[in-house]
Design a protein around this ligand. Structure first.
Ligand code: SF4
Ligand code: SF4
Length: 424
């Protein structure tokens, strides 16, 4: 049986000339050596599905599941084929026909789409991790979810204090002189896993003259989109748009999570066929800035004091030139910190293998991708590894421990915060 749902992408898929240049940029192919892991292999599967030479069954979807959606292939592809878009479309077509596991349906449709339930679920997960219950859950068979919990147990660093709450106005530092009014989009990964990064970001924003309003947003929707549940991703986007109407009048809406900011910038494309939300989604996308993008454009910071050591920067995929193209700004901010030596790493914009929950679903491929990244990190000899994404922080921190590199993994906002405090 053919898969006509993919027909709108046929012209794109037909541009693949099978040259194989995508081999050079695919981190997964470098580990697996499998043709199906490669952009060319994925276009071939899509073509066979459209022509009815292949069934869209569980086996095919499992083969497609090892794609990081990182666009490493696109950067090396002469026609610029967006393999991530094609893989997502195939995952979406599969879900439409065969559904998805109950836990995923509940997660995307009931929890991630509702900021209140999301907060409760996040707090429960933190409580469970602190009391060892997630370790217990990893010993129970839960339809594949148990394997992911087990991998998460191993890779997640210890949880710091309490999570940062959405809509929290009380703990936001205020600027001495108000120059900008910004909406702060709360990232799930940072608010639950790294609340200390959120605190650092808010302090830095105050130093840059920002009156910051913490938004009452829910998840950005990227996880649902990556799994191919595009209906849930659109539903989540609409709910966020409803909650961010006032913020459209601010100077900017920003996030220090590269995945959140880049996905918010894609809302216009995601909802382009929705007559009610299309214009609002475009307006929001135009207002969104990543943290470093905003700071460099605003150029209004307090003095920076000296920090010791040397730093290298890992580009999160979603801030790289393949997505949001925010690459010069984080480097400029790091180079501006006195005393800190900047060291560029080879392949800085290659995926680290985290890719949301990919590292938990595909530990072998993710480990191979991470090992390559860690080899490049080690070549710099830097003492600090900086980035701008919670999933990257988690995975890089695991890699640093695993490789015994003995360096710190910090978010860019934490280093700027330290430098501002060093100037006091
Ligand atoms: S998106 Fe990334 S993982 Fe997927 S085929 Fe392209 S390079 Fe490979
Ligand atoms: S680089 Fe592009 S055109 Fe060449 S094989 Fe890969 S996907 Fe096809």
């Amino acid at each position: 049986m053919a898969t006509p749902e993919l027909l709108p992408l046929f012209d794109t898929i037909a541009q693949c000339n099978r040259c194989g240049f995508c081999q050079a940029g695919c981190p997964v192919f470098r580990v697996s050596g499998q043709e199906h892991s490669l952009g060319r292999g994925r276009q071939s599967i899509a073509r066979s599905l459209i022509l009815g030479n292949m069934e869209l069954n569980a086996e095919v979807i499992e083969a497609l599941d090892d794609c990081l959606l990182c666009r490493g292939c696109t950067a090396h592809c002469f026609p610029g084929i967006r393999t991530d878009q094609i893989v997502t479309a195939m995952r979406h077509a599969y879900i439409k026909r065969h559904g998805q596991p109950t836990w995923r349906r509940l997660l995307f449709r009931k929890i991630l789409s509702d900021s209140g339930r999301l907060e409760s679920a996040g707090r429960m997960a933190l409580w469970a991790k602190r009391h060892g219950l997630s370790a217990l859950a990893s010993k129970v068979t839960l339809g594949g979810l148990d394997q992911q919990v087990k991998a998460a147990e191993m890779k997640l660093p210890p949880m710091a204090g309490l999570p940062f709450l959405r809509g929290d106005k009380a703990s936001v530092p205020q600027p001495k002189r108000r120059l900008h009014k910004v909406g702060y989009f709360v990232s799930c990964g940072l608010s639950f896993q790294y609340p200390e990064v959120v605190a650092a970001t808010l302090r830095v924003l105050a130093r840059h003259g920002c009156e910051t309003v913490v938004l009452d947003n829910t998840c950005c929707g990227r996880p649902a989109h990556a799994y191919g549940d595009l209906d849930s991703a659109r539903d989540i986007a609409r709910k966020n748009l409803d909650r961010m109407t006032e913020a459209l009048g601010y100077d900017a809406i920003l996030s220090e999570c590269g995945s959140c900011s880049s996905f918010l910038k894609e809302y216009g494309e995601l909802l382009k066929d929705d007559p009610t939300y299309a214009r609002k989604a475009e307006a929001l996308a135009a207002k969104v800035r990543s943290f470093s993008e905003f700071l460099v454009a605003a150029n209004t910071g307090d003095p920076l004091g000296a920090l010791a050591g040397s730093v290298t920067y890992h580009d999160p995929c979603h801030l790289s030139n393949r997505f949001s193209k925010v690459t010069a700004q984080p480097r400029a901010l790091l180079k501006a910190i006195p005393g800190l030596t900047y060291k560029e790493m080879p392949e800085a914009d290659w995926c680290c293998g985290a890719a949301g929950s990919y590292t938990f679903r595909h530990p072998t491929e993710a480990k191979g991708v991470l090992d390559r990244k860690m080899g490049n990190v080690a070549k710099t000899g830097a003492t600090i590894l900086a980035t701008e994404c919670p999933a990257c922080m988690m995975h890089l921190d695991y890699g640093v421990r695993d490789h015994g590199l003995g360096m710190q993994v910090r978010h860019l906002s934490q280093l700027l915060d330290d430098a501002h405090q060093a100037a006091d």
